[in-house]
Design a protein around this ligand. Structure first.
Ligand code: FAD
Length: 449
C-alpha cells in the first residue's frame, strides 16, 4: 500500500476513495488500445487510488493534499480518449470527475455546467428546451464536457461550427495544484492553454459553452461506386450553405462492410457518405448525389432521430471502432488534408498504399474554411511501417496529429507554449498528469520511441 492512502481516506471518506483492484484497473484506462503502439506500453499502468469528489471544494482539498504529499494527479472524465490521455503513467491519484455533474445555468445561447456533465445528457436536456449543442464527439453519450474540452477536438457539428478552438468554449474555471489551490476564471485567448491539454496544467471544474437553436435532423446514406465520387459529393454538400448540416462523412468501401448494425441497409461494394442534415433537405442531397454519379440510400427520418442506432455512431472515431471490432489488425491516423487539392492527395495515397490505407474523411469548418479532416483506417504491420505511411502523408502536404503517442508535444494539437507557461505557474511540482507535457525533445519525436 501507499503511505498517503490512510490520510486521504480521512480527508474524503471511504466511499469517495476507490481502492479495489477491479476499479483501479478499469478507471486507470481509456481507449489507448486503439493504438497497437500504445497498447503494450500502457497496459500495466495503474493509479494507487481513485478519488471521486462531489464538489469543487473537495477537488481543491484533494489538490492541496496532492501538493503536500507530492502525489501525481491524473484527471478522468469518462475515459473515452484514444491516446492514453487519462492513463496515469506514474500511479498516484486518478481524479474521477463524473460526480461533478450539475448543469448550473441554461440561457438562450449558452450553458454553464460542471465538468463531469455528460454531453449526451446535456444534449437531451437542451433539445427538450428548444436548443442543442453546437459540437460534440461521437462518444457523446458517455463523454463529459470537461473531457471533451481537455482531451478532444471536434465532431458532429464541426462542419458548421468548427472545432474546440473556433469559439466553442467561452469560459472555464480551473483549479491549480499548489499549497493553496487557486481558482482561475479563464476566457478569451487564455483558453488556449487549457483546450486539449490533457489536464496537465489545471483541473477544469466548470465550463461555459455556446449552444444553438434546435434543428430537426435527418440522417442519410449517399452511395457511390467509388470513393472519388463519394468525396466529390461530400465536398459539394459541405460547401452548400443552403443545406444546414451537422455531419458530412465520406467513407471508402470496404469500411462500410464493418458497420454490422446497418449493413442490411447498405449496398455491397459502395463507398458511402454519411450525413446529418436539416429536415427537408432530401431533394437537395439527391441532386448533389446524382451530380456525382451516386444515389440516396438509407434514411433515418427526423421522427426516428435517436430512436434507433444513428449514423453518427459510424462516424469520427466510431468508424475506426467498427473496423477494429471486425479486424484487430486495423488501426488509424488523424490527418488534415488540403481544402482544395485533397483529391490529388488522396489519389497519391491510394496509388502508393492501396488497401493498406482505407480512406475516411470528416468535413469540418476550421477557422472558417471547409476542410477534409482524415481518419484513415490503416492496416498495422509494424511501428516502422506506420511511420513510413505518416512520412508519406507529410511529404505530400497532409498534416498528421499522431494518435500513437500520449505526448502533447508530438500528437497534440493545442498551443504548446501557452500550455507550458500555465504548467509552470499552476503546477509548480509537476504533478498533474505527469509524462504528457514536457519540453519538446526532437530525438523522441516519434510515437513512443
Ligand atoms: P477523458 O478521456 O476522461 O479525458 C480526456 C483528457 O482530458 C484526459 O487527458 C483527462 O486527463 C483530461 N480531463 C478530463 N476531464 C478533465 C477536467 N475536468 N479537467 C482537466 N482535465 C480533464 N474525440 C473527438 O474530439 N471527437 C470525436 O468525434 C471522437 N470520437 C471518438 C469515438 C470513439 C469510439 C472513441 C473511443 C473516442 C472518440 N473521441 C473523439 C475521443 C474522446 O471520446 C472524446 O474526446 C471525449 O470527448 C473525451 O471525453 P471524456 O470525458 O471521455 O474524457
Amino acid at each position: 500500500t501507499v503511505d498517503w492512502i490512510k490520510e486521504m481516506t480521512d480527508l474524503v471518506g471511504e466511499e469517495k476513495l476507490l481502492l479495489g483492484d477491479e476499479r483501479l484497473e478499469k478507471l486507470s484506462k481509456d481507449y489507448y488500445w486503439y493504438s497497437p503502439v500504445l497498447e503494450p506500453l500502457l497496459r500495466d499502468k495503474r493509479a494507487d487510488g481513485i478519488v471521486v469528489p462531489e464538489s469543487e471544494e473537495q477537488v481543491a482539498q484533494v489538490l492541496a493534499f496532492a501538493y503536500r504529499h507530492q502525489v501525481p494527479v491524473t484527471t478522468r472524465g469518462a475515459g473515452t480518449g484514444n491516446y492514453g490521455q487519462a492513463v496515469p503513467l506514474e500511479g498516484g491519484i486518478v481524479l474521477d470527475l463524473s460526480k461533478l455533474d450539475q448543469v448550473l445555468e441554461v440561457t438562450e445561447g449558452h450553458v454553464r455546467v460542471q465538468a463531469g456533465v455528460r454531453l449526451g445528457a446535456l444534449e437531451k436536456m437542451l433539445r427538450e428546451q428548444g436548443q442543442e449543442l453546437r459540437i460534440y464527439p461521437s462518444t457523446f453519450m458517455k463523454a463529459t464536457v470537461g473531457g471533451f474540452v481537455c482531451g478532444g477536438s471536434g465532431g458532429i457539428g464541426s462542419i458548421t461550427w468548427g472545432n474546440l478552438w473556433d469559439g466553442n468554449v467561452l469560459e472555464i474555471v480551473v483549479l491549480t495544484l499548489e499549497e493553496t489551490p487557486r481558482r482561475l476564471v479563464v476566457s478569451g485567448s487564455d483558453l488556449l492553454a487549457y483546450i486539449h491539454n490533457y489536464g496537465t496544467n489545471g483541473i477544469v471544474t466548470e465550463l461555459t459553452v455556446p449552444v444553438t437553436t434546435k434543428t430537426e435532423w435527418r440522417q442519410t446514406v449517399a452511395q457511390f461506386d467509388d470513393f472519388e465520387s463519394a468525396h466529390r459529393f461530400a465536398h459539394a454538400v459541405a460547401l452548400d450553405d443552403s443545406i444546414r448540416k451537422r455531419l458530412v462523412s465520406p467513407i471508402e468501401w470496404p469500411i462500410p462492410s464493418f458497420f454490422k448494425p446497418i449493413l442490411k441497409h447498405l449496398e455491397p461494394g459502395n463507398s458511402v457518405c454519411l450525413l446529418e442534415t436539416e429536415e427537408g433537405t432530401g431533394e437537395a442531397l439527391a441532386a448533389h448525389a446524382a451530380e456525382a454519379g451516386g444515389r440516396i440510400g438509407y434514411v433515418i427520418s427526423p421522427d426516428q432521430y435517436r430512436r434507433t442506432i444513428g449514423l453518427s455512431d459510424f462516424t469520427w472515431n466510431h468508424t475506426t471502432l467498427w473496423a477494429l471490432k471486425t479486424d484487430p489488425s486495423l488501426t488509424y491516423l488523424q490527418s488534415g488534408f488540403h481544402p482544395v487539392d485533397f483529391p490529388g492527395q488522396i489519389a497519391k495515397i491510394k496509388a502508393r498504399f492501396g488497401d493498406e490505407v482505407l480512406m475516411h474523411l470528416e468535413f469540418i469548418r476550421s477557422g472558417g474554411t471547409v476542410v477534409p479532416a482524415g481518419l484513415p483506417v490503416v492496416r498495422y504491420q509494424s511501428h516502422e511501417r506506420l511511420y513510413e505511411i505518416i512520412d508519406f502523408f507529410l511529404s505530400i502536404g497532409v498534416s498528421i496529429n499522431d494518435p500513437h503517442t500520449w505526448k502533447l508535444e508530438m500528437g497534440g494539437r493545442g498551443q504548446l507554449e501557452a500550455m507550458l507557461a500555465a504548467k509552470r505557474s499552476n503546477d509548480p511540482r509537476s504533478l498533474l498528469n505527469p509524462g504528457k507535457l514536457q519540453a519538446p525533445a526532437p530525438e523522441v519525436a516519434r510515437g513512443d520511441k
